[in-house]
Ligand binder design. Structure first.
Ligand SMILES: Cc1cc2nc3c(=O)[nH]c(=O)nc-3n(C[C@H](O)[C@H](O)[C@H](O)COP(=O)(O)O)c2cc1C
Length: 339
């Protein structure tokens, strides 16, 4: 396979992404702990879970915690969702302020125009914005006016197969000065089902000025998937979502492939060691109860495909304390012979 040409990557504001590799925002998954692990293994840019602009407006404490960014995971953008321009502007202003709930100034403010969940779109938020390009434009304009940080958008191909309007939204966003556009090549109706429409990503590339990076997203599980998306669409970078579940190394794999270098996958022992340090960080950031609840799914992802791992995963699901998790994992790790 030939090396993907992406000479020099691109910038979002002052942030350089040498290979254009981003970790996608995923509510309930890409918290500060997971973002830091992905940074360590090659994600060049990450985005927080989506933050409700309205909840910030109402000073919701849990929402402010969701916005926290740790030092070793920068550059990280903060993603907001909502459909009222003035409330979205308030959120952008609050998150960009010196006393930001992010605890440090985020790399950018990203506007969510892709979330398909009924409780979001029924309020007119997330991907529902794609049905109202005028409102989408008003939100971008209000957010841009409220912050000096770069503003980016994350869109879908469109609402449904008969209304794929990503190029229309991209054109509006480009005219309003966004710093990057991420295109998830599915419609809202598809939710997360195949196929990913690469033509839509290519069409956005053709629509906007080359000074605005366009990042493709959807079903990237390997270098080969990333290479294919970049070759077919010409996009400037890729954003990985579910492909990073239990596999933060996907970013190094893609970067190595792009540089024409061999990638040596981590051994099972390395995977488990990283899983354990990820768990430690989750416990540190979220405390015992929530750390364990959330740690279970990550550990299940990390151990997928290991010998005898189905039984291990079943036990992990019942572990109630960090000690119990370690008591399961450490002996399992010691038995692994591939270190
Ligand atoms: C569990 C989960 C949570 C997600 N949360 C968000 C979110 O908060 N904001 C957002 O823009 N997209 C969110 N997404 C969409 C992803 O960022 C991405 O666009 C989508 O999963 C397609 O990429 P993939 O096929 O590589 O998974 C979420 C996806 C998943 C699976």
């Amino acid at each position: 396979m030939t090396e993907t040409s992406n000479a020099g990557g691109f910038f979002i504001g002052k942030t350089h992404l040498p290979h254009g590799l981003m970790l996608a925002p995923m509510a309930g998954v890409t918290d500060a702990a997971f973002r830091a692990v992905c940074r360590r293994f090659g994600a060049e840019y990450t985005v927080t879970e989506m933050i409700s602009a309205k909840a910030l407006w109402y000073h919701d404490k849990k929402t402010a915690v969701l916005a926290r960014i740790a030092e070793d995971e920068m550059p990280c953008a903060v993603q907001i969702f909502g459909s009222e321009p003035e409330i979205m502007a308030y959120a952008a202003r609050t998150l960009s302020a010196p006393d930001t709930p992010c605890t440090r100034i985020p790399a950018a403010i990203d506007i969510n125009m892709g979330c398909p969940m009924p409780k979001i779109v029924n309020n007119g938020d997330g991907s529902a914005l794609m049905k109202d390009p005028v409102l989408a434009g008003n939100i971008i304009e209000a957010v841009r006016a409220a912050t000096d940080l770069p503003v980016t958008i994350k869109i879908r191909a469109g609402w449904d197969a008969s209304s794929k309007n990503c190029t229309e939204i991209a054109k509006i966003a480009a005219a309003l000065g966004v710093s990057a556009i991420v295109v998830h090549g599915r419609t809202r109706s598809q939710l997360y089902a195949p196929p990913v429409d690469l033509d839509c990503i290519a069409a956005v590339m053709d629509t906007v000025d080359s000074s605005i990076p366009v990042i493709g997203n959807g079903d990237i599980y390997s270098y080969s998937d990333a290479h294919h998306m970049m070759e077919v669409t010409g996009c400037d970078g890729v954003m990985v979502a579910r492909g990073a579940y239990g596999n933060p190394w996907i970013f190094s794999e893609i970067a190595h492939g792009m540089d024409g270098e061999d990638f040596v996958p981590p051994t099972a022992r390395e995977r488990l060691e990283v899983a354990l340090s990820h768990l430690d960080r989750l416990l540190l950031y979220k405390g015992g109860y929530t750390g364990i609840q959330e740690g279970r799914k990550h550990l299940a992802w990390y151990t997928k495909g290991f010998p005898g791992s189905a039984a291990l995963r079943a036990e992990i699901m019942h572990a109630e304390t960090a000690e119990q998790m370690r008591e399961l994992l450490v002996p399992y790790l010691e038995k692994l012979t591939d270190a």
